[in-house]
Structures are given as structure tokens and as C-alpha cells.
Design a protein around this ligand. Sequence first.
Ligand SMILES: NC(=O)c1ccc[n+]([C@@H]2O[C@H](COP(=O)([O-])OP(=O)(O)OC[C@H]3O[C@@H](n4cnc5c(N)ncnc54)[C@H](OP(=O)(O)O)[C@@H]3O)[C@@H](O)[C@H]2O)c1
Length: 282
Amino acid sequence: MPCLSQCHWGIEKITVKPKLKSYQGITALVTGASSGIGRIFSKRIAALGAKVAIVARNGEALDELAREITEAGGEALVLPCDVSVLAEVQNACEKALARFGHIDLLYNNAGYGRHRRFLDWDIEDQERMMRINYFGMMYFTKLLLPQMVARKKGWLVFTSSVAGKLATPDESAYVATKFATTGLAEVLSLEVEDDNVHVLNVCPGSIKTPFFDEEALRRMPPVAKKTMGDPDVLVDKIIAALAKGKHEITYPGGISLGYIVRAIAPNFMRRQVKRVTLDAME
Ligand SMILES: NC(=O)c1ccc[n+]([C@@H]2O[C@H](COP(=O)([O-])OP(=O)(O)OC[C@H]3O[C@@H](n4cnc5c(N)ncnc54)[C@H](OP(=O)(O)O)[C@@H]3O)[C@@H](O)[C@H]2O)c1
């Protein structure tokens, strides 16, 4: 009869969680760096000593961010790129590796939202959202993870969403991209942990960034508008979570109670979600 110590249960391996406590000498690549969460995160870690490759489509906005980083004494590499186009992602990764030698931290953050009933949402637009919000993250991870595994050092950060944990009406394609992101982050956190690559999945609720256009703000339930989070605080929480070696964070934190309610009282949760969100769509 096999005993526990002879079986490969994985539990006999004790790994140290790589906690990111200092950014001195760290090289990073951040997608969606031209605006919102990615811009604030890039600037913050550059000020803490990281060299940052900044990725988005808007080259002028990236140049402006690079100027701010450089003026503050940091180092930035501008990489204009559409994350949904594999050839552009390959080119960005090659340039980042040529300049920095390796990438320690990949922050997959680029993405956008849209509110539409599934019945009114055409296939091409749903495909486009999946290519940008999910495939873009998968492409960068596929290209940069091997060198992290080879070096036995790395951090992968994903911006998923509360919409990657809880479904709401009017957001089917977006919710699907974010559930896919949560799934990828969770699987990778298991697969590459023993190679000292740490994975953090970030699940923001509603955060005050240019993510919300006027139409989205108009449709947002009043309760959600009142409790919108501050992107600077979210970035504080991401940096704190990396320092503690956490695998997932939700901000504002109270929303994560919803995960528990859904698990123990799914029908109650369904009624609440329907009531709040469908009212806001009318
Ligand atoms: N704000 C929220 O309430 C909230 C909540 C949950 C999750 N999130 C997620 O947080 C992430 C960042 O959003 P944010 O709030 O910071 O919004 P944001 O200010 O609109 O920033 C989005 C970023 O994504 C980039 N991006 C979009 N499409 C791209 C593409 N095809 N290729 C390259 N870059 C692209 C944009 O740059 P360019 O336009 O220059 O390409 C921009 O830098 C997104 O993944 C979003 O889904 C946001």
C-alpha cells in the first residue's frame, strides 16, 4: 500500500511565496498603461524603482506618461501596441526583452467594458471584446511566462473584475471575458507556483476611471455610483497584496461578501442582482 510520502500529492513540496516587497531592480511590463489603473500602477512602481515597459494603443498618452516617469527619475519604455493583435504583442515583448533583458512582473490590465443585452449584441463585437480583454492577456502571458519560469522568479498580475466572479445582466460578453481571466489566473497560480512565479488576480468593483463613458454612468445603479472606488487606493491595495503574496483581491472589499452569499444562497443572490441591475437598465 502506498504511503503518503511516496505519492506525488504535491503537498510534500513546501514553496515560499514570492512576496514583492521592493521594486529596486525589478523590470515590469504593464498593459493598458495609457489611462486609469494601468497608468497609476506604472507611475507608482517606477517611482519605487522598477523599470517599466508601458503598453497601450495611444502612443501619445504613453509618451506623456514616460515623460512624467523620466522627470521623476525613473525609466520607462514606450511600446504602442494593440493587445488583440498577436504580431504586435510579439513585437512589444521582443522590444521589452531586448531593452531590459528579462521581465520580472507582467501586469495584464488592458481592457474595456460595454453594456448591452445579449440579444442585441452582435457576434463581431463580442469576438472583439474577447480578443482584447482575454486573448491579449493570454498572448502576453504565453510570451513572457517562459522566461520567468526559466529564471524561477516572476509575478503575473491580472485585472479581472468583480464581473469575473459574479454575473450581472447587460454585460454578457464582458462578464465572459472576466470569468475567463479569473480562470486563467487561478489555473496559473497552481501551475507555476512551484517555479516561484506568483499570480495575483485583481477584482475591482466600479472604479472612477475613463473606463465608464457617459452611457455606462447613466445606466449604473445609483448604489454603485455612490460606492465607486478610487483608482489610487486600488493601486495601493495591489502593491500591498503583492508584498503579502496574496492570490486575489477585491476592491472595494465589501463586495466580496457577495461571493459568499452566492455560494450559500444562490437564489437569494439572483433575486438581488436582477432587482438592482435590471432596474438600472430601463
Ligand atoms: N474601472 C472599473 O470600474 C473597472 C472595474 C473592473 C475591472 N476593470 C478593468 O480594469 C482594466 C483597466 O481599466 P481602467 O478602469 O483603468 O480603464 P481605462 O482608463 O479605460 O483604461 C483602459 C486601458 O486599456 C487600454 N486598452 C484598451 N483596449 C486596448 C487594446 N486593444 N490594446 C491595448 N490597450 C488597450 C487603454 O489604452 P488605449 O486606449 O490607449 O489602447 C487603456 O490604457 C480593464 O481590464 C477593465 O476591464 C475596470
